[in-house]
Design a binder for this molecule. Structure first.
Ligand SMILES: [Zn+2]
Length: 571
């Protein structure tokens, strides 16, 4: 299943025929025993407790999310009877000898049946074993005291020992004031345990639920390889009330909600509650096989070097073909060549740049990381995706996903299609050049195979930042150059109208670049190439990618990076 579908914000089907919607209008209200009704704190409607429970703790009237108790959450997302709880009953100390603290804890334990604000253990999700931790907001707003930190650190350490993934559902007010500095230290303790888990090459996923704030957000919540969030959850460091009071300004609508974090590049996706289990299960499965060992079946690569005679089509005609409005775009290739594509979002610094699509997918069953510079399919999408001109955030997102691929031994496949990196004030402010440089630098030594395919325009450094690869291929009518012909003509001849002439001297066609040894393969295109006849190209591309992976996944890391080094060294 595509995560496109998973992340899409569908509403839980409303329960029809329950009938309680009309009862408020009745003058003679029926007698309802205590506990059968709950009031939604968002739409204020009275709703039946059993409907809330059966509907995944989602208000059947407004779709608002109720907070879920830890054990209920575990029931909702794990395979039946697979949860084994760990470390229950660790004694809470009272480091500040805070008056009434112990009594408060005892009362909460009695009332909630929890021993502390987090439940940890091991379970199966979709048949894959994982370590799991779930915070429970009923217990001092799931603030992180020593026991919470200890349970989390222990769970992560055991996951590292047993080589298991970790999933944490967060919700927290932050540090636990009653424990003072000891509480603060839990941020370091949990993060340090997670660093070791990550260094062991293991997967960590967080699911942020309402509210996740303070020291929990600033430690284990934000460290996931993949960070998901429930819709509209409040997620931040300082709470909105504190910020509002401190700066004396009205905060923007939706401030610190999941949607705000997605837009600002801090989370990979928003998942509806009833899709959380399926999403986690897919992500666990995509990380369960060691990609470079699973291999693909197929024959060694036989490269055909046949494409239409370059003499009959001028370079300028190819430039125009590469820019044609109905030419297939990045997402079209992703849809046709891969399965289980799971889009991940954000650079974790500033934004989610829509000019770059990235995520995990399978190619012939093998997990791979896919990145595509994306122009969009129609005018509306062109604008949304900035005509395929990435901002620094787009390069940083792609680098984040490439480093993730390296951690999990996944080959990287990039589709290059950009007129160039975005040229604008904001892009410069955020370090466009630094972002491009960093990508080239890191890609040159990435410890997994990297294949880049120029499918349209390969514009300058903006293209190279996703094409510092083991092999670079081009479609017959794609172009790859130092600059656009218009720019070239304008710089060298002070006349951008001479673009056509420039195209002829720039040696920017696939055939030219193949002759110069800049690219390894050129793939033929049908005349009038569109999505309609795209399969002609992707069928061949599929065979070639299979051949590439066959050839590259078994090369040891050192030989692989040495080979890439030499590829560029000789240019
Ligand atoms: Zn409601």
């Amino acid at each position: 299943m595509k995560l496109d579908n998973m992340f899409k914000k569908t509403r839980l089907p409303r329960r029809k025929g329950v009938g309680f919607a009309d009862t408020s209008a009745d003058t003679a209200k029926p007698e309802i025993p205590e506990g059968l009704l709950r009031k939604c704190n968002m739409c204020k409607a009275a709703i039946m407790t059993e409907d809330v429970e059966a509907g995944g703790y989602i208000c059947p009237k407004c779709g608002g999310y109720f907070r879920v108790h830890a054990y209920r959450r575990i029931e909702m997302i794990t395979d039946e009877n697979t949860f084994e709880e760990w470390d229950r009953g660790l004694a809470t100390k009272n480091p500040l000898k805070f008056k009434g603290y112990e009594e408060k804890l005892n009362a909460l334990q009695e009332k909630t049946g929890l021993d502390e604000a987090v439940v940890t253990g091991k379970a199966k999700i979709g048949g894959v074993e994982t370590v799991l931790g779930v915070c429970d907001g009923r217990f001092l707003m799931a603030s992180m005291g020593e026991v919470v930190g200890e349970k989390i650190a222990k769970a992560v350490e055991r996951a590292t020992e047993q080589r298991l993934p970790v999933i944490f559902f967060t919700c927290s007010g932050g540090a636990r004031m009653q424990e003072g500095i000891v509480s603060l230290m839990q941020m370091a303790k949990t993060s340090a345990a997670l660093k070791r888990h990550s260094d062991a090459g293991l997967l960590y996923i967080t699911v942020l639920t309402d509210p996740t704030t303070g020291g929990v957000t600033a430690s284990f919540a934000m460290l996931g390889d993949v960070i998901l969030a429930e819709p509209k959850a409040l997620i931040g460091f300082a709470g909105p009330r504190v910020i509002g009071q401190t700066i004396g300004q009205k905060l923007p609508a939706g401030f610190q909600r999941s949607e705000f974090l997605l837009e600002h590049g801090f989370i990979d996706g928003i998942v509806e509650r009833f899709q959380v289990k399926e999403t986690l299960s897919l992500l666990l499965k995509l990380h369960a096989d060691h990609p470079m060992e699973s291999g693909t079946a197929g024959k060694p690569m036989v490269v055909s070097r046949e494409w239409r005679d370059t003499k009959t089509v001028s370079a300028w005609e190819r430039v125009l073909a590469s820019r044609k409005k109905d030419r297939p775009v990045g997402k079209d290739y992703i849809d046709l060549l891969f399965t289980d594509f799971t889009e991940l979002h954000g650079d974790r610094y500033f934004a989610d740049d829509k000019a770059v699509i990235g995520g995990i997918a399978r190619f012939h069953g093998m997990p791979v990381t896919v990145l595509a510079q994306e122009k969009g399919r129609d005018t509306k999408e062109n604008i949304q995706r900035n005509f395929g001109m990435p901002s620094p955030d787009g390069y940083r997102k792609s680098l984040r996903l490439m480093k993730q691929a390296e951690k999990f031994h996944r080959p990287v496949i990039c589709f290059v299609d950009t007129p160039g990196a975005f040229c604008g004030i904001e892009a410069e402010e955020r370090g466009q050049a630094e972002a491009i440089a960093r990508n080239i630098y890191e890609m040159s030594a990435l410890k997994v195979p990297v294949l880049s395919i120029v499918i349209g325009e390969g514009g300058s450094g903006g293209a190279l930042a996703m094409a510092t690869a083991d092999e670079v291929w081009m479609l017959e009518n794609s172009v790859y150059s130092i600059l656009s012909p218009e720019g070239f003509a304008s710089i060298l001849w002070k006349d951008s109208a001479k673009a056509q002439e420039a195209a002829e001297v720039m040696k920017l066609t696939a055939a030219d670049l193949y002759e110069q040894g800049i690219v390894e393969q050129v793939l033929p295109e049908p005349p009038d190439y569109t999505v309609q006849n795209m399969k002609e190209v992707t069928d061949l591309l599929e065979k070639r990618i299979e051949g590439f992976l066959e050839q590259y996944v078994n090369i040891d890391t050192e030989a692989l990076t040495q080979r890439r080094y030499e590829r560029f060294r000789k240019m």
